[in-house]
Design a protein around this ligand. Structure first.
Ligand SMILES: Cc1ncc(COP(=O)(O)O)c(C=O)c1O
Length: 468
């Protein structure tokens, strides 16, 4: 196979001038079906067709490396990690046994150990898995099976009705986990948060007491470090004191905000994380590692293996002098990608310092955008900025209803998307449509932010004149 076309493609991506390209060429689903030429033939269509299809895929996709893409908690391009993805596939292995994946096993162990130490765990354990939704689920599984080991044999019916506590602003993966693990969504108890979206410790205490009164058995509390919508950090230390008093497992969902551990300036927001029983963290968010790159970390190194598996299969796991290194025993997956390589190589390439600078830059860009919003009478900040999420809306000085203002913001945002100008997301805060702007791409600079705000304001003004 001639790979020169691949190198040409890489070259053109590396040298791309984003000021001349769009975030996307929008197509409706029907147009996309036509564009992709989906039909698969009986006969091979050869290399030319292969590269044509690749071109079509690329031109049919959102360019998430574009500085005007800020829609998700991830963005941008990381070249050492991109190369690692290629290398991972070149040796295409599954990191379940040392025998099959010797280098990957040692690298994963090293990265888990490094991350545990960074978080403040002296002798922790963990595994790479398919994202923090999964990490949150595994934290519940390990908590449940550690606190009630009989459940592995006898199932949930051998126990009282278990329940757990998360912030009203926690990630929706907890409902999914409750569903998968059989707790039931009713047993995910939502604790109130204050105006800054931080969980209120006294409300946690009241919720625990009420659950006990209702005959339920509380077993787990999750504090969020960096909420998905506004980037708020729950008061981990106060929440942990309450969890400890009631003998509950304490998990920190640091999927988004856990990256601050690499910033000397901002890691104070994670105070207490080292006392969590478990931590979820996504390197595929602020660290810019390509999806998926995610870990669950456990403070106690003796909990993951017995809680998750221990039953093995002799077609795969053999007794040998290094069988304690077989990482597959600690995972609910069988086949598992080598996601540690791209994180390891990125750290090696950028260094811890490089990452610290990157994180500090993103937080200061969020502060810059916040100031721009606050100093413009046509904008309203809808939540305080503590991290890399900036929540705001366009709010005209004339009298309009909530629905009208929401509609104007939404139309302007959608128009910028469909014209390929910029892609940013929104959520609702107290029923107000909030532009949820995420600073995650290290190639963004202040002029990109100025441009987006100005264009958005112009679009909103156009829609006002159409509304009134
Ligand atoms: C706070 C938080 N927890 C968990 C998740 C789920 O992460 P993933 O998409 O890796 O499953 C997210 C995703 O945005 C998140 O923001």
């Amino acid at each position: 196979m001639n790979l020169s076309k691949l190198f040409e493609l890489l070259e053109s991506e590396i040298n791309k001038d984003f000021s001349k390209t769009k975030v996307l060429e929008y197509k409706s689903p029907n147009e996309m079906i036509e564009h992709l030429d989906l039909d698969i033939q009986d006969e091979s269509q050869g290399e030319i067709d292969l590269y044509n299809s690749i071109d079509k895929y690329l031109s049919g996709s959102v360019d998430t490396a574009h500085p005007l893409f800020s829609n998700q908690l991830w963005a941008g391009r990381n070249y050492p990690a991109l190369i690692s993805e290629f290398v991972t596939t070149l040796r295409n292995t599954s990191v379940y046994t040392y025998e099959t994946a010797p280098a990957a096993t040692i690298i994963e162990n090293y990265m888990i150990d490094t991350l545990c130490k960074k978080m403040g765990y002296k002798s922790g354990d963990g595994t790479f898995l398919t994202g923090s939704s999964n990490a949150n689920l595994i934290s519940l599984l390990v908590a449940r099976n550690t606190l009630f080991p009989e459940i592995k044999r006898n199932g949930l019916s051998s126990l009282p009705e278990l329940c757990f506590f998360v912030s009203e602003h926690s990630h929706y993966s907890f409902e999914k986990a409750a569903n998968v693990l059989g707790f039931g969504e009713e047993n995910v108890i939502k604790v109130k948060a204050d105006d800054n979206h931080r969980m209120i410790p006294s409300d946690l205490e009241s919720c625990i007491n009420k659950a006990i009164k209702d005959g339920k058995k509380p077993f787990y509390v999750c504090g969020t470090a960096g909420t998905t919508e506004v980037g708020a950090f729950d008061p981990l230390v106060e929440l942990q004191e309450i969890a400890k008093k009631h003998n509950l497992w304490f998990h920190t969902d640091g999927a988004w905000g856990g990256a601050l551990i690499f910033s000397n300036k901002h890691k104070h927001l994670l105070k207490g994380i080292e006392n969590s029983d478990s931590i979820s963290w996504d390197a595929h968010k602020l660290m810019g590692i390509p999806l998926i790159c995610s870990v669950i970390l456990l403070k106690d190194s003796n909990q993951l293996l017995p809680a998750v598996c221990e039953q093995t299969s002799d077609y795969l796991f053999h007794e040998h002098e290094y069988d304690d290194l077989d990482l597959g025993k600690k995972s609910i997956q069988c086949g598992r990608r080598v996601d540690s390589l791209k994180l390891w190589l990125s750290f090696k390439y950028y260094g811890m310092k490089g990452y610290e600078e990157r994180i500090d830059k993103m937080v200061s860009l969020a502060e810059y955008l916040t100031q721009k919003v606050e100093s413009n009478p046509s904008f309203e900040l809808l939540a305080p900025t503590t991290y890399c999420n900036v929540n705001f809306r366009y709010k005209p000085e004339i009298d309009l209803t909530l629905e009208e203002i929401n509609g104007i913001n939404l139309k302007a945002r959608d128009e910028m998307y469909k014209e390929g100008i910029a892609l940013f997301n929104y959520c609702y805060i107290n029923e107000k449509l909030s532009i949820r702007f995420i600073l995650s791409n290290p190639d963004v600079n202040v002029s990109d932010l100025d441009y987006i705000l100005e264009t958005f304001q112009l679009k909103c003004e156009k829609h006002i004149s159409l509304t009134v």
